[in-house]
Design a protein around this ligand. Structure first.
Ligand SMILES: Cc1ncc(COP(=O)(O)O)c(C=O)c1O
Length: 287
């Protein structure tokens, strides 16, 4: 475009993990276009894919395909709220889960905004146009910081529907979970009766065939044996096309939630690293 040649290391923020115009993928897409590309009802290709996901993630009991990662995380949160009848959502400071109103909070912390102490990061709404009601129940914790998680779980006890996180955090550089972090987070969320959502839009099928529980374990030696299964929102890189998946536990999936009309793919918001202002006290009480 500007006369220079560039090597694309961005790879659409990891969506194009197999590279651009991979001949095998291009051939598969071309073949499928002969049979159709979008169906409103379940079709054999979707069933085949669902079976492959289930082979890789044996814990999956129910599965819904979505058109994008933002939809997968948005539906996961909606479902958690419907199933628990609670509104609060916990997310990690610096984490991006798509541009839905509830989750576009504290994806990055601007330099001039007080970030709050480390165990109690302030909630920072990322965009104008988000109604206060949509984000006021989003509370923030630090990744790899169990005191921060427990502090918020206690502080908002009875209010929080779910804790959403990437088992291996990709925003802010790839930050693996500390040994024991995911397992302890699972135990804490169970203790406080909060659903745990793994956003594997980026890491699903990448760090391990079995996703975050397996690969988070490999990266941080802590993800295996998480016990009762977290929900997952996965984007499937093998398709090399936009699309997401929500996988669920049956009893929660039956909560009455509407999908609404099919929306188009929202504009992509690039990952941003988490920036903190100055040095923050690390433990509750040492502010
Ligand atoms: C961790 C994570 N979750 C969700 C999303 C949203 O996915 P999509 O851009 O496919 O809507 C992204 C996008 O980068 C992401 O990085």
């Amino acid at each position: 475009m500007d006369g220079n040649k560039y090597i694309d290391y961005c790879m659409c923020y990891a969506a194009m993990v197999a590279g651009h115009a991979d001949p095998v993928i291009a051939a598969a897409i071309t073949e499928q276009t002969k049979h159709g590309t979008l169906y409103g009802l379940p079709a054999p290709a979707a069933t085949d894919l669902a079976e492959e996901i289930r082979r890789r993630y044996p814990m999956v009991e129910m599965l819904r395909f979505t058109q994008s990662g933002v939809e997968a995380t948005m539906y996961a949160v909606r479902l958690a709220r419907a199933a628990t009848q609670k509104l609060g959502v916990l997310k990690v400071e610096g984490a991006y889960h798509g541009a839905s109103d509830t989750l576009l909070v504290s994806c990055a912390v601007p330099q001039n905004t007080p970030a709050g102490p480390e165990w109690l990061p302030s909630s920072y709404v990322e965009s104008a146009g988000i109604p206060p009601g949509a984000s006021q129940h989003t509370y923030i914790v630090q990744f790899n910081h169990l005191e921060s998680l427990e502090y918020q779980l206690k502080r908002h006890e009875g209010e929080i529907a779910c804790f959403i996180l990437e088992p291996c955090m990709t925003n802010g550089g790839v930050i693996p979970p500390d040994p024991g972090y995911l397992k302890a987070a699972r135990e804490l969320t169970r203790k406080y009766n909060v659903l745990l959502i793994f956003d594997e839009v980026k890491i699903g099928c990448r760090i391990a065939a079995g996703g975050g529980a397996e690969g988070g374990g490999r990266a941080g030696r802590s993800g295996r044996h998480l016990g009762p299964r977290p929900y997952r929102a996965i984007r499937l890189p093998a398709r090399q096309a936009p699309g997401g998946t929500g996988s669920l536990r049956d009893r929660h999936a039956r909560a009455p939630v509407g999908q609404g009309p099919r929306a188009g793919r929202p504009p992509h918001v690039p990952s941003r690293s988490c920036r903190h202002e100055g040095v923050r006290p690390r433990h509750p009480g040492s502010e």
